[in-house]
Design a protein around this ligand. Structure first.
Ligand SMILES: [Zn+2]
Length: 75
């Protein structure tokens, strides 16, 4: 088994970890419904991808959309 010969210093560890960071996801808007969606992903709101219906949404999804509309009007 390969083992490290020497322990790395705190400075070396911390310098390496300066590159560890989260990035904001690439968010675009759906061309069908205009909802924010991840690029190269099916729209969560309407199930469309590149203008085609991929996943038909269930009936229980409709109240969620209605709730979102109310939020937009309230703000
Ligand atoms: Zn959509």
């Amino acid at each position: 088994m390969a083992n490290p010969k020497h322990r790395h210093s705190k400075q070396r560890k911390r310098k390496r970890r300066t590159h560890y960071k989260i990035e904001a996801p690439n968010v675009g808007t759906c061309s069908n419904c205009g909802a924010p969606k991840l690029l190269h992903h099916i729209c969560d709101a309407c199930g469309f991808y590149r203008g085609r219906l991929i996943i038909s949404q269930k009936v229980k999804e409709a109240p969620v959309l209605a709730a979102n509309d109310e939020d937009e009007s309230a703000s």
